[in-house]
Design a protein around this ligand. Structure first.
Ligand code: PAF
Length: 283
């Protein structure tokens, strides 16, 4: 596996494979790899000739009071894990390579970024994500780019950028990977102490409870979101949001009909956690 720092080096590596007719897969990450990231790398490895993983803690998607400075960073560990998954290129640029002096462009996706994490964290967050992902797609020109479904709204934002800007790439969303007790894997789980780690499982338990209700025919959005709130409340967790939203435009869903996104965000001790289920109306 090559560790590359510059855009020119990545372009040269990709050009070689492309010239031979090979397919290129990109896994954009901010490092601190866990099984969720590794599952994206495996999906990319199974379907592409060249697998590029980007490792860049993107400063523009963090707010001034968020965890940019403390975000877990261990490039040597990440590189060893990526290499073990058969990754070909780890693209780990310095911030100045991505945002050189004079950088002046921001991609803003309107509408779907106004709710959930866009409302909770601020619109800067998805502006930062959309802009850096567009850059990574422009640098690597992958056939397929792989994202985790845990960040369901991020996947929708990226798909909208790709569609609106006619980018020639397929976006693949891979299933959420969970700890044995159900907690969704996240690089931020390292912020949880033992007590909070036990409480944090309430997010997935609450979503399980709502999914079970939907399976018995419950369709009322308030009943479904209240089921999550109750499990969180029993664990002493006050959510930032628990919402049932449309999978096409993230508009609120009052009555489950077909499929909808049930999304939750909550601060548990030192960690801000998100999780979601896609609920299906039972017929
Ligand atoms: O999901 C992430 O790790 C980041 O938001 C991404 C997509 C790598 C952009 O910085």
């Amino acid at each position: 596996m090559k560790i590359l720092r510059t855009i020119a080096e990545v372009r040269a590596a990709v050009r070689e494979v492309r010239a031979a007719g090979g397919a290129v897969g990109l896994v954009p990450t901010m490092g601190a790899f866990h099984e969720g990231h590794l599952s994206l790398m495996r999906a990319a490895r199974a379907h592409n000739d060249l697998v590029v993983v980007s490792l860049f803690v993107n400063p523009t998607q963090f707010g001034p009071t968020e965890d940019l400075a403390s975000y877990p960073r261990d490039e040597a560990r990440d590189a060893a894990l990526a290499e073990a998954e058969g990754v070909d290129v780890l693209f780990a640029p310095a911030p100045a390579e991505i945002y050189p002096d004079g950088f002046a462009t921001t991609i803003h996706v309107s509408g779907i970024t106004d709710v959930l994490d866009g409302a909770s964290r601020g619109t800067f967050h998805f502006d930062g994500v959309a802009t850096v992902v567009a850059k990574l797609l422009g640098i690597v020109h992958p056939d397929v780019a792989y994202f985790g479904q845990k960040d369901a709204q991020q996947v929708m934002v990226v798909r909208r950028v790709v569609r609106d800007l006619d980018l020639d790439v397929r976006i693949e969303a891979c299933p959420i990977v969970r700890e044995p007790d159900g907690l969704a894997m996240s690089s931020r789980n390292v912020y949880l102490d033992e007590h909070d780690r036990r409480r944090a499982v309430a997010l997935s338990r609450g979503l399980d409870r709502a999914s079970a209700l939907a399976a018995t025919g419950v369709r009322d959005g308030v009943v479904l979101t209240d089921a999550v709130r109750r499990v969180l409340s029993d664990a002493g967790i006050e959510p930032e949001y628990v919402e049932l939203r449309s999978l096409t435009d993230l508009s609120p869903v009052a009555e489950l009909d077909g499929e909808a996104l049930l999304a939750v965000a909550a601060r548990v001790g030192g960690a801000r956690l998100i999780d979601n289920h896609i609920l299906k109306a039972s017929s």
